[in-house]
Design a protein around this ligand. Structure first.
Ligand SMILES: [Zn+2]
Length: 381
């Protein structure tokens, strides 16, 4: 009898430790990695990839977000020969190296900005270019208008959205190890977009006055979210139709209220169940601020999707300095303590061996899988 009680006691303690042990709970441990920072020379670039992947694995990271631009995808499809590391396919090499080490790879992609004059979208149709207000209204100081930007795609054009989604689907054909899309700040990077012919015409027809009367007003905000919402909805549909295991996540600011004016309506998309996860970028050097902002995003969003928090190893307030290893470990604890389901580091180019060792010795000692998307977890139990 006493033996039975003893075993019951041991079992109960073990169960309690298991239930409370945060170190063994699934958690997203991701890093944003710029493929554009990988050397163009194949020998140097491949060595850099092995070093990155070893370092990610050393820190027990489990998800990698490689930065994939439309230009790169066009380059590997051999329509644009200008990107050196696309010639030997740095993205493919990085994906393979990370998957071999047990990590998931989800392509980090912007459908609106980080475009150039030679982006395949503009080669396909220059009318998909987003036009900024300063291209039309002269600067009061200089009296001149800004030259055409060619930096953003306007998501209001249905064929433009289709073009980009097909580009992404062909990417998934090419790299079957990539298991999802991580959408970069789904909207514009700047206010004053978009004044293309279509947007101006729609605005006038719907609201009865010109958009430049209130470029950041509630009408312009609503109109801007139509195109971005259409992109996210259709991308989600296509991904799930292709393979229900493909995940779709996004990143952006920590407070949706200030983001809708840029067309970033991620809180609503999470509410519709379109996002498996959202990573809020909180690039600060003060743990109190990190905690406060993390809690705001979680309060708004955690009911609808998994929330991860992204922080910068070299936040703007202390740049060019970087956080110490102790600060990095402390930040991971703050994010966990506030209840987030993951952490995302910005970025691979400044992720050092020292950080990796500190994480491995500290808050990321145990290897854990990323949490399953809720919709899949519900199905499989
Ligand atoms: Zn437009």
């Amino acid at each position: 009898m006493r033996i039975a009680v003893f075993f019951l006691f041991v079992f109960t303690v073990c169960a309690m430790i298991r239930a409370q042990g945060p170190a063994t709970k699934p958690e997203t441990r991701a890093i944003w990695a710029h493929v554009s920072q990988i050397d163009g020379d194949p020998a140097k670039g491949k060595a850099q990839i092995q070093q990155w992947a070893d370092r990610f694995a050393r820190a027990n990271l489990n998800v990698i977000y490689p930065w994939v631009e439309s230009n790169y995808l066009a380059a590997v499809e051999q329509t644009d020969p200008s990107i050196a590391n696309a010639k030997w396919d740095a993205l493919g090499e990085l994906t393979r190296a990370c998957v071999e080490r047990g990590m998931q790879v989800q392509a980090w992609y912007s459908f609106t900005y980080y475009k150039t004059r030679t982006s395949p979208e503009f080669t396909a149709n220059p009318a998909w270019r987003a036009v900024r207000l300063d291209e039309l209204v002269p600067d009061p100081q200089t009296g001149k208008v800004h030259p055409e930007w060619w930096s953003d795609v306007c998501p209001m054009h249905p064929q433009g959205r289709e073009f980009q989604i097909n580009l992404l689907l062909r990417m998934l054909d090419r790299y079957p190890q990539i298991n999802g899309i991580h959408v970069e700040e789904p909207g514009f990077g700047y206010r004053g977009n978009c004044f293309c012919v279509l947007c101006q015409e729609l605005f006038r027809k719907v609201y009865g006055f010109d958009q430049n009367v209130a470029p950041d007003g509630p009408e312009a905000t609503e109109l801007k979210t139509l195109g971005t919402t259409a992109f996210m909805r259709v991308l989600r549909e296509r991904l799930l139709k292709r393979d229900p295991n493909l995940v779709m996540t996004a990143n952006g600011g920590y407070n949706w209220r200030g983001e809708r004016v840029l067309g970033r309506d991620w809180a609503r998309w999470a509410g519709y169940g379109w996002l498996d996860g959202y990573a809020a970028q909180i690039y600060v050097d003060k743990p109190e601020l990190l905690d406060q902002r993390t809690r705001l995003t979680i309060g708004d969003l955690a009911k609808d999707c998994q929330v991860s928090i992204g922080f910068d190893f070299s936040p703007p307030s202390i740049r060019p300095k970087s956080l110490t290893s102790e600060q990095v470990c402390r930040f991971v604890d703050v994010i966990r303590g506030a209840g987030a389901e993951g952490v995302v580091f910005f970025h691979a180019g400044i992720f050092t061996d020292e950080y990796a060792e500190a994480l491995r010795a500290g808050p990321m000692k145990e290897k854990v899988p990323p949490p399953k998307p809720r919709r899949l977890a519900e199905k499989t139990g």
